[in-house]
Design a protein around this ligand. Structure first.
Ligand SMILES: [Fe+2]
Length: 350
């Protein structure tokens, strides 16, 4: 089977080309994996399309997307001080409604810190009341397994809501962020052990999911992580999309794979230059692993100049043409994945 990896290896000539989304491969895998299965409990659960739930007001605006947006919310940049709270792992897969993994899906997580404060509660600067060591927001780009993984802290409680995590999923070719929320299967209690006013039974957002199977699919047991003594918890949650990836046209929304070239950077260190065809109003983000084979998709900050500071990880072009950007991080196999979004896509709807 022809893979993206072989495309990359043999098609080095052009500086960038589109990622084929392999819908045929998805269909093929349905034929090979679903035969012989009765509808197991797992599969039946997986086929419950994850309900769309309000994004809420605290998704960071594009101008506030933090430089540190990796999948570890506990550690902010290179800080040695961890966020306050119970370390919590959330992982799972992004699937289409047939149960096949979706690769290249951008999974975003944001939620309140242990004290119930959102990092971007003001929708402007970082909320000064929020834990200064908590990232508050993270991203993960899925590989071929569709898998995602975050390390964070147990979300704090705030007035009017039961405990919850906010998720956003943007799948290839779709312009809109699919937003949903994940809940704890627990009776939430405050720091004094008092049962929180708003429970899963009366939370307006959770009870607003009228389909009972869908509602049940977003309430998960968070269990102790085996072998740890610090109370760490984990939960597994597959996000089943009601949308199907489509092969994007450019301009549209999706990704490019672009070769990087080593150039001399500041202080004698190398930098890696990539050149993109850009369109006015489109936003560009860079990842350093284009193989789709690894879970280690890392968003990479960059500079618009060869020796200037690495000061951004998203850039919205102001004119059509060719754009040079510079990274400190070398790319896996020499290629970067550049995701792009249409004007006004994913800017948040508070
Ligand atoms: Fe919230």
């Amino acid at each position: 089977m022809k893979t993206n990896e072989s495309s990359i290896a043999t098609d080095v000539g052009p500086k960038c080309f589109y990622i084929p989304m392999g819908r045929r491969r998805f269909l093929h895998s349905i034929a090979t994996t679903s035969s012989g299965f009765a509808l197991s409990g797992y599969l039946a659960e997986a086929l419950t399309v994850t309900p769309q739930v309000t994004q809420g007001p605290y998704y960071p605006l594009a101008k506030n997307i933090p430089l540190d947006k990796d999948n570890d919310l506990v550690q902010l940049n290179d800080s040695l001080t961890a966020a306050t709270g119970i370390v919590t792992y959330v992982s799972g897969r992004v699937l289409n409604s047939s149960g096949d993994p979706i690769r290249g899906a951008l999974v975003e997580l944001w939620h309140a810190d242990a004290g119930g404060n959102y990092t971007y509660a003001t929708n402007a600067a970082r909320n000064p009341a929020a834990d200064p060591n908590f990232a508050g927001f993270g991203q993960f780009l899925t590989g071929s397994s569709g898998g995602y993984r975050f390390r964070t802290v147990k979300a704090g409680l705030y007035r009017g809501r039961t405990r919850h995590l906010h998720f956003g999923v943007t799948i290839p070719g779709q312009l809109k962020r699919y937003t949903t929320q994940l809940f704890w299967n627990e009776v939430a209690k405050d720091a004094n052990g008092t049962v929180w006013d708003t429970t899963n039974a009366n939370d307006m957002v959770l009870t607003g999911i009228t389909n009972s199977a869908q509602r049940a699919s977003v309430v998960k047991d968070f269990t102790a992580v085996a072998g740890t003594t610090t109370g760490e918890q984990e939960a597994s949650w597959d996000i089943v999309m009601g949308l199907t990836p489509i092969e994007p046209n450019y301009p549209g929304s999706g990704g490019l794979v672009v070769a990087g070239r080593a150039v001399s950077g500041p202080n004698g260190n190398p930098r890696y230059k990539i050149t993109l065809p850009v369109y006015s109003g489109y936003s560009y983000e860079v990842y350093s692993n284009p193989t789709f084979a690894s879970l280690a998709w890392s968003a990479r900050p960059f500079s618009l100049s060869q020796t200037g500071s690495i000061d951004r990880n998203i850039y919205t072009a102001t004119a059509e043409g060719s754009l040079d950007i510079y990274l400190d991080a070398a790319a896996v196999k020499g290629f970067y994945y550049v995701s792009f979004r249409e004007p006004n896509a994913n800017v948040g709807t508070p």
